[in-house]
Design a protein around this ligand. Structure first.
Ligand code: FAD
Length: 292
């Protein structure tokens, strides 16, 4: 199918993009970056739009920088650019672990870090990562710039805390290359698209004696939006992350999730996958942390 006609603009600056967003009535204009999620929706006529503003060439939305405790990735950075960045490879291995499992090479060549997070697909991989490493999402709108913690960003099905006239400019991922820190991303892929039926991102920080200082668990695919498994995290703090402890804690990994169900995977199956994959991701993250 073909999309309905729309106008197209590719601004050269963030200020120009913001002006274009405000020049149209709300709901009539949308940003596009890699187009990997939005263009299929337009072509299937699941959404209609009067104007597209392409942010992929805006310099302020590019660049990967080290800011001490974290790595800041411009929103229009493609998956391909992120996964090939030595800085991201060294300091944010969880981003690499997840991004290398996104879709296929074509999707990773065009899809962007910011587009994925702004789209907030319930089966997207990066939202779980953003939650597990306490990412900070930076947005600029008509009334200035602000920073949104990942825990407040994913609100509901494909709904984020971004306002319609705001542009996501960058994402700051907390670095996890410190001693005694480890991460892992584990997912059960849909065989056709590669999207997560369930995906779990885990980050673990150990004390010198090998007990768990902190564990963060981000879950995607199971519910309507990515969430942290707070109950699992609390159950692990201060404990040795052995098999029995992980099994007991992860038995509650699906508690409180607004489970989705479809012809491929029932809610019950998604709950089962959540428990199994949470344990696998935490075990892998703990093993890495123990070696550092
Ligand atoms: C075949 C296929 C397989 C896929 N498999 C996976 C997978 O396994 N895992 C996965 O996570 N994803 C998968 N995807 C989705 C892919 O990751 C998308 O690229 C990503 O979800 C959106 O990034 P984009 O840059 O293409 O965004 P676009 O499609 O351009 O935009 C998506 C949404 O984000 C908004 N947006 C974009 N940039 C900004 C910005 N800077 N500020 C504010 N809003 C913005 C747009 O307005 C739009 O609403 C797949 C896609 C395809 C086509």
């Amino acid at each position: 199918m073909f999309a309905k006609d729309f106008s197209y603009a590719a601004p050269a600056s963030l200020a120009e993009a913001l002006a274009l967003l405000q020049s149209q009535p709300e709901g009539e204009v949308k940003l596009v970056a890699g187009g990997q999620s939005l263009i299929p929706l337009l072509k299937l006529r699941m959404t209609e739009i009067g104007a597209l503003v392409d942010v992929s060439k805006i310099p302020e939305l590019h660049g990967i920088t080290d800011d001490g405790d974290g790595v800041v990735i411009g929103a229009a950075t493609t998956y391909f650019q992120a996964v090939n960045s030595p800085l991201v490879q060294k300091r944010c291995p969880l981003v690499i672990q997840a991004v290398s499992q996104v879709g296929d090479p074509q999707v990773r060549a065009r899809g962007t870090i910011g587009g994925s997070l702004a789209h907030a697909d319930p089966a997207g991989d990066l939202p779980a990562v953003a939650l597990a490493v306490d990412a900070e999402l930076r947005a600029t709108g008509p009334s200035g710039s602000r920073s949104i913690p990942a825990t407040a960003f994913f609100v509901d099905l494909m709904t984020t805390a971004l306002q319609p006239a705001e542009v996501l400019t960058a994402v700051r991922f907390h670095a996890t290359d410190a001693p005694h820190a480890g991460t892992a991303y584990v997912k059960h892929r849909h065989p056709a698209s590669g999207y997560a039926i369930v995906g779990v991102a885990a980050a673990v920080w150990l004390n010198d004696d090998g007990t768990c200082r902190a564990a963060h668990v981000g879950i995607t695919g199971a519910g309507t939006h990515a969430t942290r498994a707070a109950g699992v995290e609390q159950a692990l703090t201060g404990k040795r992350l052995d098999d029995a402890t992980l099994t007991a804690a992860c038995a509650n990994a699906a508690d409180g999730l607004d489970l989705m169900s479809d012809p491929y995977a029932s809610g019950e199956y998604r709950a089962h996958l959540t428990r199994v994959l949470a344990k696998r991701a935490l075990a892998q993250a703990a093993a890495t942390a123990a070696q550092r």
